[in-house]
Design a binder for this molecule. Structure first.
Ligand SMILES: Cc1cc2nc3c(=O)[nH]c(=O)nc-3n(C[C@H](O)[C@H](O)[C@H](O)COP(=O)(O)O)c2cc1C
Length: 337
């Protein structure tokens, strides 16, 4: 039995913060792909509503959650960084609270929801849940997937008892799934990473990162991935909830590259290089404290249409993201699958 049940070996990757919507999932599922809802940043109630709507489609789908960080915050580094962000936020007349605030993204409630109302697949990013939580989800009937960025993380995931892996290369848009936020994921082609992981671990794997067309899908499948997950190419799809400022930036030819940055959230993430990533090349390792620190600034930037201070998550294939129905993106990617 395949890890994820769908006619095509294409997966709509979870994209928290707006882009993943129920409408996007409906469109990709109807086109024959597998879709993941993004549970990150949401309340359990909001996630429950989305699950109920997608369940009505009667097809396989999954839910993705962020594993909470157990790391502390270096208070003096945080105060220094807060001063940098305060200056940026003052452009919008905003005050910034330099007390670090951290939370667990309502981990317990969302896990309890997924155990009481099981979905076909649950995936995790930023680390591993306790093996007992993995076992509880499996006992409820879900397949459990861990997102990994190295063969070592894949071994840890196997030992924790997961059913399969999402192997995410460093060309992926948005946050790196790295278990260690202090690490900067090294540049390595995603198909090469899939090969390395599958040499280390005998588990079914979904390949992800930098998919820019059907040839990239083929390379990941040839490397041994059972299916291929795509995020960035869906960001401009009509059904996605991507903000107008983000969409416009993805289409703007003056953006010339993507960078891995910690500046917005305290975890490495791939984004279009902009003024904020240039002005804060180091950021600090403090997720989710930095996410909360920069949030009001990012919301103001988004509202003002100011792409210079917005986290413009994008993988290396961003130039191929087109403003078309999501089904067209899926069908195009599946051409050679
Ligand atoms: C805007 C955006 C938001 C993302 N949010 C999540 C998330 O909530 N959970 C997660 O596991 N991965 C998240 N990712 C990573 C994707 O799941 C996936 O690994 C990545 O998009 C694949 O690379 P690609 O963007 O080059 O296709 C996000 C990616 C983007 C672009």
């Amino acid at each position: 039995m395949p890890l994820l049940d769908s006619p095509l070996p294409i997966v709509a990757a979870p994209m928290a913060g707006g882009p993943t919507t129920v409408e996007l999932l409906r469109a990709v599922i109807e086109a024959g792909a597998f879709g993941f809802l993004a549970g990150g940043y949401k309340t359990a109630e909001a996630l429950e509503d989305e699950i109920r709507e997608v369940r009505r489609l009667g097809a396989g789908f999954g839910v993705n959650l962020f594993v909470p960080s157990r790391d502390g915050v270096d208070a003096s580094a945080f105060v220094e960084y807060a001063e940098e962000v305060r200056q940026e936020a003052s452009v919008y007349g905003l005050e910034i609270d330099s007390e670090p605030f951290t939370d667990d993204d309502r981990w317990g409630e969302k896990l309890a929801l997924l155990i009481s109302e099981p979905v076909p697949a649950v995936s995790f990013t930023f680390g591993l849940p306790d093996p007992t939580d993995i076992a509880a989800l499996q006992a409820a009937g879900s397949r459990v997937l861990a997102t990994v960025t190295t063969p070592h993380e894949a071994l840890l995931a196997r030992d924790a008892g997961v059913d399969g892996l999402i192997v995410q290369g460093s060309s992926a848009g948005g946050h790196s799934a790295t278990f260690d936020p202090r690490r900067t994921p090294e540049p390595l082609a995603s198909d090469e990473l899939v090969r390395e992981v599958l040499r280390a671990v005998d588990l079914p794997a979904i390949g992800a990162g930098g998919v820019d067309g059907p040839q990239a899908v083929r390379s990941l499948l040839e490397a041994g991935a059972e299916a291929v997950a795509v995020g960035t190419l869906l960001l401009r799809a009509k059904e996605a909830g991507t903000s107008a400022t983000h969409r416009d930036a993805l289409a703007d030819p003056t953006f010339s590259e993507t960078v891995l940055t910690r500046a917005f959230t305290g975890r490495p993430a791939r984004a279009l290089r902009n003024g904020f990533t240039d002005r804060h090349p180091h950021g600090i390792d403090a997720y989710p404290a930095v996410h909360h620190l920069t949030r009001s600034m990012r919301q103001a930037a988004n509202k003002a249409g100011d792409a210079d201070r917005l986290h413009l998550w994008a993988g290396t294939g961003w130039r191929r993201a087109a403003p078309v129905p999501a089904a067209d993106v899926i069908r195009h990617l599946a051409e050679v699958a």
